[in-house]
Design a protein around this ligand. Structure first.
Ligand SMILES: Nc1nc2c(ncn2[C@@H]2O[C@H](COP(=O)(O)OP(=O)(O)OP(=O)(O)O)[C@@H](O)[C@H]2O)c(=O)[nH]1
Ligand SMILES: [Mg+2]
Length: 441
């Protein structure tokens, strides 16, 4: 339900960072800016100003950037301001405290999704467009990112579902119109049924052609395996570009499995560091090694690490313990310390990250396992789920002989389309959608 008043919320996470952003939207924005800055705030639309903000007792709160968007030219369609504080959660809490102490009637913290909700109510965005914003933020693949951007910037007509929406409106209108003429000799029930089947065939074909494309895999999973102390954790830290795994010269340092995602060259990876292989593993180490074995079947590729001290029997053991097959790269570590005659890939902790990435050929590995190739897609996951849902009605409709019941079932599908596109201007429906939104308020 729409609740009036001016609302505010952080629009970036409340963590120590260079900036923390706040958005305020509603009729009291200029009044609030006047109170915060102790002067008449310029009404200039969409201009960044660096200003001093004061707390409710008049002490300086921060000196920072503020942008004012004049209604209706804002995200919500209302007067909006965005404040970019120095990124201290304490300053953020002082700002919130100050806003509360202004005691402006109706001024309150925004509910989840409330800015987006207002933007739809004020026709600044369609329901599909605000959903696209959510999808853009949480995108897992470049293809779906591009599709959702297309929806956001181009509008609903660019949705792959748009032609089907037209079909269903036509079909429903035809069925509704024919109900009054069921006793008429011109009434052609068979023809209506055929059109319904044709509609379903179209939905089914779309699903068949697009489902796997939309669900395409975009992350490549790689596991680091090798005898104890060869430098698995060192390589793990190098790949993720963080000091996450503990590295020591004590054999058996890593006991539990560690995983981390990283992006390299626009490609996504998940990398797993494991407990090292050795004949005498401690209890916890053995448990960790078994755990690595049990998830190893989900891996695309293995980096098998070895150094000068690695014996052939160690490698054989690793190949017995993990489903390595041909999906592996053999890597010799510590090349700064040892001279290798072998033609295998050699790396050293002294190499920079880019060189290591090149040597162990991460981009090629990604290409081998991930069929992403930036395929163009015309649907997002939500739309594919939607198509699957409406196909569930098919069985009931096809076997039905009563046109009134068919009409009701088609009405249900039409309502589903309305819900998907947001044409039912029904606040309760919106409430349901927005209550699932948690990002950026
Ligand atoms: N000289 C040299 N030392 C390295 C290199 N890579 C790792 N080391 C050292 O080798 C030791 C073991 O490194 P780790 O990365 O902990 O090895 P690990 O394979 O994870 O070992 P476990 O967790 O015990 O199985 C540490 O002392 C590292 O500093 C390298 O390229 N050159
Ligand atoms: Mg380790």
């Amino acid at each position: 339900m729409f609740s009036p008043g001016t609302i505010y919320s952080n629009i970036t996470p409340l963590v120590k960072s260079p900036v923390i952003g706040y958005r305020i939207s509603g009729p009291d924005v200029l009044d609030i800016l006047k109170k915060l800055t102790k002067r008449n705030f310029s009404r200039e639309h969409s201009v960044i100003k660096v200003v001093k903000l004061y707390n409710y007792v008049g002490e300086i709160l921060d000196k920072c950037s503020v942008v004012y968007f004049k209604s209706p030219k804002s995200f919500t369609g209302e007067d909006v301001c965005e404040i970019f504080l120095h990124g201290s959660p304490l300053i953020a809490s002082q700002l919130e405290q100050t806003l509360k102490n202004f005691k402006i009637p109706g001024l309150r913290l925004a509910k989840n999704g409330e800015f987006s909700f207002r933007s739809v109510l004020n026709s600044k965005n369609s329901l599909k467009q605000v959903k696209a914003i959510n999808a853009i933020i949480s995108n897992e693949s470049f293809s779906s990112l591009e599709y959702n951007k297309k929806l956001l910037f181009g509008g609903d007509v660019l949705s792959g579902l748009a032609p089907l929406r037209e079909d269903i409106i036509n079909l429903f209108s035809e069925i509704t119109a024919s109900i009054d003429f069921v006793d008429d000799e011109d009434f052609n029930f068979k023809q209506i049924k055929e059109k319904i089947l044709a509609f379903y065939l179209k939905c089914n074909n779309i699903l068949l052609n697009n489902k796997s494309k939309v669900n395409q895999k975009n992350i490549c999973k790689v596991m680091l395996i090798g005898p104890v102390n060869v430098g698995k954790s060192t390589l793990f830290n190098k790949l993720i570009d963080k000091d996450r795994a503990i590295v020591t010269d004590i054999k058996g340092t890593t006991r539990d499995i560690l995983s981390n995602k990283f992006i390299f060259d626009g490609k996504k990876f998940e990398i797993f560091d494991t407990a090292g292989q050795r004949s005498k593993q401690g209890k916890i180490e053995k448990y960790g090694y078994k755990k690595a074995q049990s998830i190893s079947k989900d891996m695309d590729h293995f980096f098998v690490l070895a150094d000068k001290n690695t014996k052939k029997s160690d490698i054989k053991q690793l190949f017995d313990d993990f489903p390595v097959g041909n999906n592996h790269t053999f890597i010799l570590t510590k090349s700064d310390q040892y001279q290798y005659k072998s033609k295998n890939i050699k790396i050293s902790q002294n190499h920079d990250r880019d060189l290591i990435m090149k040597k162990i050929k991460v981009s090629q590995i990604h290409k081998k396992y991930v069929s992403y190739k930036n395929q163009k897609i015309d649907f997002n996951l939500e739309e594919i789920d939607f198509l699957e849902r409406i196909l569930e009605y098919k069985h009931d409709i096809v076997k039905e002989t009563d046109i009134l019941i068919i009409a009701q079932l088609m009405r249900n599908i039409l309502d589903d389309f309305s819900f998907e596109f947001g044409y039912i201007n029904n606040e309760d429906v919106y409430d349901r959608v927005f209550s699932n939104f948690c990002i950026g308020k």
